[in-house]
Design a protein around this ligand. Structure first.
Ligand code: CA
Length: 258
């Protein structure tokens, strides 16, 4: 694998919520060879539960996921990474349920979880594997086209797929943020598992819904600059969501293959 990766990240409470219940993590070994062998990992988790319980849930989910994946043998091939991601999401689900059972004031806390791991594919080229639960999102900007890779696990998304709501109405629907899948709520959490090849110049965005409820996809595309340094770009995306009122916590993780 010959690519190197640039990263940027930013999280913000926004302008309406008393605390930031989002969490994120990025692990990027500095050596390109290590990035392929050990695996780089990027995670966004959007906690829910109020009174900072969501922050505990999102942090616990990320810690558990990272711990589980740290035990993966080096150079784990693609399909095994997907199985490991699935097990790691289920371990995060159990960790939150167990904590809530031990501490009744934490009952009902949960989180979204969108995790992207870099893998080395059979031909030596880099690829990604994504595990996803909830309404945080993963996007890819490739050759000027922004593509949403994940599917929101929301009630309105199901209605859009059934044809009973338009995407435009779904955005402003009173139930727009009602999740049909989350981590830490039900006895089992089933992640969507996605895979793809990474091309040079690809820009990946992981974000919480505080970004995407404030900004539409075409606005995101205008803000995402294929060549800009990623740390200031992450800040710029968060600032743009705050300029729209910052109704929710906002988290952005950016990754570019160079
Ligand atoms: Ca949120």
């Amino acid at each position: 694998m010959t690519f190197t990766f640039d990263v940027g990240s930013c999280t913000d409470r926004g302008r309406k919520r008393p605390v930031n219940e989002d969490s994120y993590a990025l692990w990027l070994p500095s050596e390109p060879a290590e990035q392929a062998r050990v695996g780089a990992l990027f995670i966004v988790a959007d906690g829910m539960g109020g009174h900072a319980r969501g922050e505990i849930a999102s942090r616990l989910a990320i810690e558990t996921l990272a711990e589980e994946l740290a035990s993966l043998p080096p150079a784990t091939p693609g399909p095994d990474v997907e199985a490991a991601l699935r097990r790691a999401v289920q371990a995060a689900n159990r960790a939150i349920l167990e904590r809530a059972a031990r501490e009744p004031d934490k009952a009902g806390m949960g989180t979204t979880l969108t995790a992207l791991r870099i893998v080395e594919q059979d031909d030596g080229a880099p690829g990604y594997r994504i595990a996803h639960v909830g309404d945080s999102r993963a996007y890819r900007l490739r050759a000027g086209t922004l593509e949403l890779l994940t599917r929101d696990h929301t009630w309105v998304q199901l209605e859009v797929e059934r044809g009973t709501l338009t995407p435009e109405l779904a955005r402003v629907h009173p139930f727009a943020s009602v999740l049909v899948r989350a981590v830490g709520i039900e006895p089992e959490a089933e992640p969507d598992l996605l895979r793809g090849r990474i091309e040079p110049g690809d820009l990946y965005l992981l974000c919480s819904d505080g970004l995407t409820t404030a900004l539409e996809d075409r606005e995101l595309k205008d803000l995402l600059d294929a060549t800009a340094p990623l740390q200031p770009l992450a800040r710029r995306l968060v600032d743009a969501a705050n300029e729209r009122g910052g109704p929710d916590n906002i988290t952005v993780v950016l990754l570019r293959a160079a």
